[in-house]
Design a protein around this ligand. Structure first.
Ligand SMILES: [Zn+2]
Length: 130
């Protein structure tokens, strides 16, 4: 995730993931950009929400409920459009439904965002070789 103000890459400190649960007030600066100091917590909330939708989509995919998986993934993409994982999953869902034209464009979007994305790269290579 990048800071919208200065484009610095945001890294979670990891402190809030560990130890006691009621420690939020002890780490006031963990959600600010390390470079320009802007408060990123609204963005982080949206990002976390998008990741939650993405996880629901993967669970639905594993349950072979592709329409639910597509709905969850669309929700994730609507919140966070520049995540290569979301586009790669969209590609898998399109392919599973036989819509390879949409699948390829989704994988190409994933590779545009992350040229080394493993799923998108493997899927596109698999199509090339067939
Ligand atoms: Zn910044």
């Amino acid at each position: 995730m990048k800071c919208p103000v200065c484009r610095a890459t945001y890294r979670s400190s990891g402190v809030r993931e560990t130890a006691s649960s009621n420690s939020q007030t002890l780490i006031p600066n963990s959600r600010n950009c390390h470079r320009c100091g802007v408060d990123l917590s609204p963005l982080i909330q949206i990002h976390d929400q998008a990741i939650w939708y993405h996880r629901q989509a993967i669970q639905a995919l594993h349950a072979e409920n592709y329409s639910a998986a597509t709905t969850w993934n669309d929700q994730a993409l609507s919140l966070h459009h520049n995540n290569a994982d979301f586009h790669a999953l969209a590609g898998q869902l399109w392919a599973l439904q036989g819509k390879f034209h949409q699948a390829i464009s989704a994988w190409e979007r994933a590779r545009h965002l992350n040229p080394q994305h493993p799923t998108a790269t493997a899927c596109l290579r698999g199509l090339d070789g067939s």
